[in-house]
Design a protein around this ligand. Structure first.
Ligand SMILES: Cc1ncc(COP(=O)(O)O)c(C=O)c1O
Length: 474
């Protein structure tokens, strides 16, 4: 668990956690996002509010793509970077990603529909999922989705049949578990064998043989996703090594070299300023990966395949900030018999429960994964003594925590605007209407301008979902 450090300035806007260009105005001392004061955004669009810094998202997409592509080129191959839409997808974001040279990875018929509505060329869409419906598969094949990731034996038959019906030859990857476990929260580590995604690597030869037996399928390579929020490259390196290890045998089955290797997503981001959240440069990750792939291919005597990966959080996470308004403050004494045994509470004698106007419905990650976040007062700076805070939501649930532990100026008060950093990924996309809270809108900011890119909901819209029974006839 990342620790807040009381020695840190609780007013500081850390450019490793907030969008890099976010800063306090020199005169107003307010947090500015895309050059606009946080309070101005809340006045215009309401609170809570998801804000995405478009320039930060685009710059990061470019940086990741360029790092992977230049390293791939260095070892004599090419790379495709898919943006994992599950992190946060809407029409504009899909368009930003494509215009920055990324392909799009979708994981449902709904995500596919959004990508198509954005005008994304289906040929650069990859489609995942452990239980795609027959309708979803048929639609993907009919619109000409570039690759479908086959997750099970049953799915091979379903995709083959859909391609035959559509008179198409569908490019497919096979999702395998390399057996490499990413060093991350257990729920996020998806390469364990005892989990729903993918097939054991040991079964790859049999499954690829089943794929190539279908005229309507074109096998392009193996796919593996070892987990999320990964900082160390060891897992990726080992996974790449194991997958490539299977490639000579697979080439015998397919009758030619295997074209591609897809290592999934999972690169981590800094959610807090703590040392535990120090993120390696994407350029060095890309260099290490390229080296291990080149070395392994040489070792086993195969050509280097084309590379692909699917980062989501690493591209959009840091670009997002959620703004909330403080409603109530409750101090809880941690001294005496109630003293916190948790060293991460840093010996504070009091914790302030700071209640905001959103919560687990707009950010489920703390409740789902125990995820940490960083919070700052956005509408002002203060030199009040630091206080240990827990930012909580307004839901009927004790686990409704937005920021488990951070330090804020102790005069935080009702009416303050709070900014929670690094909420661009898996916040809107995991949001819910728990307690009938309408989802907040998503606003993009860039160069002093703002616009809604995903509409918010209203209570009336939520009420309208209930079917009102017709009055009983007398
Ligand atoms: C198959 C696959 N690819 C890519 C991703 C994106 O992961 P991240 O956002 O951590 O990069 C995920 C996340 O769950 C995934 O399951």
């Amino acid at each position: 668990m990342a620790q807040a450090n009381p020695a840190d300035d609780p007013n500081e806007i850390d450019p490793r956690v907030f969008p890099p260009a976010a800063r306090r105005g020199t005169e107003c001392h307010q947090l500015k996002l895309g050059g606009i004061r946080a309070t101005e955004l809340v006045e215009q669009y309401g609170s809570p509010l998801y804000v995405i810094d478009e320039s930060a998202a685009r710059a990061r997409a470019r940086e990741v793509r360029e790092a992977l592509q230049s390293e791939a080129e260095r070892i004599g191959t090419s790379a495709t970077v898919y943006y994992a839409g599950k992190a946060f997808l809407c029409v504009e974001v899909a368009q930003w990603m494509v215009s920055e040279g990324l392909a799009i990875d979708v994981a449902s018929g709904g995500e596919l529909a959004v990508a198509l509505a954005a005008g994304v060329d289906p040929a650069i869409i990859g489609y995942h999922g452990n239980n795609k419906s027959a309708r979803e598969i048929a639609r993907a094949v009919e619109v000409g989705v570039g690759t479908i990731v086959i997750d099970s034996e049953i799915e091979t038959e379903r995709v083959a049949a859909a391609a035959t019906r559509a008179g198409r030859r569908q490019r497919v990857r096979l999702r395998v578990n390399s057996g490499v476990h990413a060093s991350t929260h257990d729920f996020l580590a998806t390469s364990h064998e005892d989990q729903k995604f993918g097939q054991p690597l040991a079964d790859a030869e049999r499954l690829v043989a089943a794929i190539v037996a279908h005229e309507s399928l074109d096998f392009v390579g193996l796919h593996c996703h070892i987990g999320s929020q990964i900082f160390a490259t060891d897992g990726f390196r080992e996974s790449a090594r194991r997958l490539l290890g299977a490639y000579s045998k697979l080439a015998e089955i397919t009758g030619g070299p295997i074209a591609e290797l897809n290592l999934g997503g999972g690169f981590g981001i800094a959610y807090t300023s703590s040392e535990a959240d120090a993120v390696p440069e994407i350029a060095s990750i890309a260099r290490e990966l390229a080296d291990i792939i080149a070395d392994t291919a040489a070792e086993i005597g195969i050509g280097i395949p084309k590379l692909a990966c699917e980062p989501g959080r690493a591209i959009i996470g840091q670009a997002g900030v959620t703004l909330y308004t403080v409603g109530t403050i409750k101090p809880v004494q941690l001294a005496g018999s109630n003293a916190s045994a948790d060293p991460a509470d840093l010996g504070f004698a009091e914790r302030l429960y700071v209640s905001v106007d959103g919560g687990m419905s707009d950010n489920a990650r703390p409740a789902l994964y125990g995820a940490d976040y960083q919070v700052r007062i956005a509408n002002r700076e203060s030199d009040a003594a630091p206080a240990l805070v827990r930012v909580v939501g307004k839901h009927c649930e004790a686990g409704d925590i937005v920021v488990r532990r951070d330090v804020l100026p102790g005069d935080v008060r009702p009416g303050d605007t709070l900014a929670v950093a690094a909420t661009g990924a898996y916040c809107w996309s995991l949001s819910s209407n728990y307690n009938y809270l309408p989802r907040p809108p998503v606003v993009a900011v860039a160069d002093g301008t703002s616009r809604v890119i995903v509409r918010g909901e209203t209570e009336d819209e939520l009420v309208a979902k209930s079917v009102i029974p017709a009055p009983a006839a007398n």
